[in-house]
Design a protein around this ligand. Structure first.
Ligand SMILES: *[C@@H]1O[C@H](CO)[C@@H](O)[C@H](O)[C@H]1NC(C)=O
Ligand SMILES: *[C@@H]1O[C@H](CO)[C@@H](O)[C@H](O)[C@H]1NC(C)=O
Length: 446
């Protein structure tokens, strides 16, 4: 990137111009940065700036408060079923202990009220309502043969529309994308009621868009793709260059919520959020079999990412994971009530002074003696990184796991009057038990 050599800190406006000028160089996969993309990029940055919360600790507190309330409600209403639900997660009665699930999941009529989900996000992605104000669109055709004029009935037809849509699936299907799936703003992809796999093909891309929900989808074995002429909206198509093979690539986008998905074994990252993306929640997902899991900020020189605010909650980081859960730069990341049952190198890492608030997670370290540390700092000496705010509070450390904290112990988040502790790590198994897509059926709670 051309910004590497900058010594001073230019204003945000100047940075935007730099960005626009260099977008073709920074992994945007856009061959020609035409008027359409320039306009979209400018609008997207304006939205990201507007979505940025000036008091992120208020958001983390509110999140933690919602968890306490949900757990206490679940205990009061389902004492008996909580006790009996232990053994098999699919056979017991529906018990939603976390506040996101509690908002919709145990209702028998979830199918008649699919859009109820739209009000259920928590954390930084809380404003994502997806296609709530739009029609339903039913995917009936798993094919992906026409990238410029996709056939009605395909997923690609739905996601490129310029109006809000709530996209659902007629039946179980495997969708093998021939090239990047360019998702437009104001969309929900709702896999409930079907087993939907996006697999063995190209990646899902959210570029310069806002307000997207992706729920209940399996994403795996995504491959790099050569690029070509691809439509990204009704008004525009253009040449895209090679894509990396992420599971989901979030680029310059805001108000994004990814919930109850499972992701594994992709060529690049499972989820990347980069280039001024913000207001994102990744919740209730199940991650397995992968090296670079979550990347938040791809460049130490891209100051745009200082507005990045992301919540990572109620996820299960499971079998065969190596590192980056997440790996952060610049922004503010709330990692709360996740279950880390396996990593090979480390769990949470970063460079370029991100703020990382780790609360109420469970970290089970691997056997290898050298990999007990949860955290990893890159490209900084200790006298530099000791200034970064990385806090662990209420985390449950097992098997010798340890979190190396940094920053002043008197950081605002822990000393403000309205500070609310997270539900502690001892609760994580209950809070994450239903991570990944749910086996929802009509007329029954999910
Ligand atoms: C749960 O029950 C306890 C004790 O009966 C009560 O104090 C609390 O307010 C109840 N919580 C909710 C959320 O109803
Ligand atoms: C998405 O929906 C919002 C709210 O209705 C609207 O303001 C915005 O323009 C829409 N975005 C696009 C790209 O259509």
């Amino acid at each position: 990137m051309t910004m590497e050599g900058l010594q001073t800190r230019p204003s945000f406006f100047l940075l935007s111009l730099f960005f626009l000028a260099s977008a073709t160089l920074s992994g945007a996969n856009i061959a020609e940065f035409d008027d359409h993309w320039q306009k979209k990029a400018e609008e997207a940055f304006a939205r990201s700036r507007a979505a940025y919360h000036p008091d992120p600790e208020a958001v983390t507190n509110k999140f933690n408060k919602a968890v306490h309330l949900a757990v206490s409600q679940a205990r009061n209403s389902t004492r008996r079923s909580l006790r009996s639900a232990g053994v098999n997660k699919f056979k017991g009665p529906c018990v939603a202990t976390n506040p996101i699930d509690r908002c919709w999941r145990c209702r028998e009529n979830w199918m008649e009220n699919r859009k109820k989900l739209a009000g259920c996000a928590k954390g930084f992605g809380r404003n994502a309502v997806g296609g709530k104000d739009g029609d339903f669109y039913v995917v009936t055709d798993p094919s992906d043969n026409d990238l410029v004029n996709p056939k009605y009935g395909t997923l690609r037809w739905g996601v490129i529309q310029d109006r809000p849509l709530w996209i659902i699936f007629a039946r179980d299907m495997i969708i093998r994308l021939s090239e990047e799936l360019m998702i437009n703003s104001n969309k929900t992809i709702d896999g409930r009621g079907a087993n939907v796999r996006i697999a063995y093909g190209a990646q899902i891309t959210l570029q310069f868009v806002h307000n997207v929900i992706i729920h209940g989808i399996h994403i795996h074995d995504i491959k790099p793709s050569n690029g070509g002429i691809i439509r990204d909206s009704l008004q525009h198509f253009g040449i895209r260059t090679k894509s990396d093979g992420d599971g989901i690539s979030i680029y310059g986008s805001s108000d994004i919520w990814i919930d109850h998905c499972s992701l594994r074994n992709c060529a690049d990252g499972l989820i990347d959020a980069i280039e001024g993306s913000t207001a994102i929640t990744i919740s209730n997902c199940h991650f397995t079999h992968h090296n670079d899991v979550l990347l938040f900020g791809a460049s130490d020189s891209n100051e745009h990412d200082s507005i990045m605010q992301i919540t990572v909650a109620f996820n299960h980081f499971g079998k065969g994971l190596v590192q980056r859960m997440p790996r952060c730069r610049w922004g503010f990341v709330h990692v709360v009530n996740n279950d880390y049952t396996q990593w090979i190198m480390y769990a949470i890492g970063g460079s370029q002074h991100p703020t990382i608030i780790s609360q109420g997670n469970r970290f089970i370290a691997p056997l290898m003696q050298f990999a007990k540390e949860v955290t990893k700092r890159d490209y900084a000496t200790e006298d530099v990184w000791k200034q970064w705010t990385w806090r662990s509070e209420g985390d449950l450390m097992q098997n010798g796991a340890f979190f190396r904290e940094s920053g002043s112990p008197n950081t605002k988040s822990f000393h403000r009057k309205d500070f609310i502790k997270a539900k502690p790590g001892t609760w994580v198994r209950r809070l994450t038990r239903f991570a990944g897509p749910l086996g929802c059926r009509a007329g029954r709670p999910c």
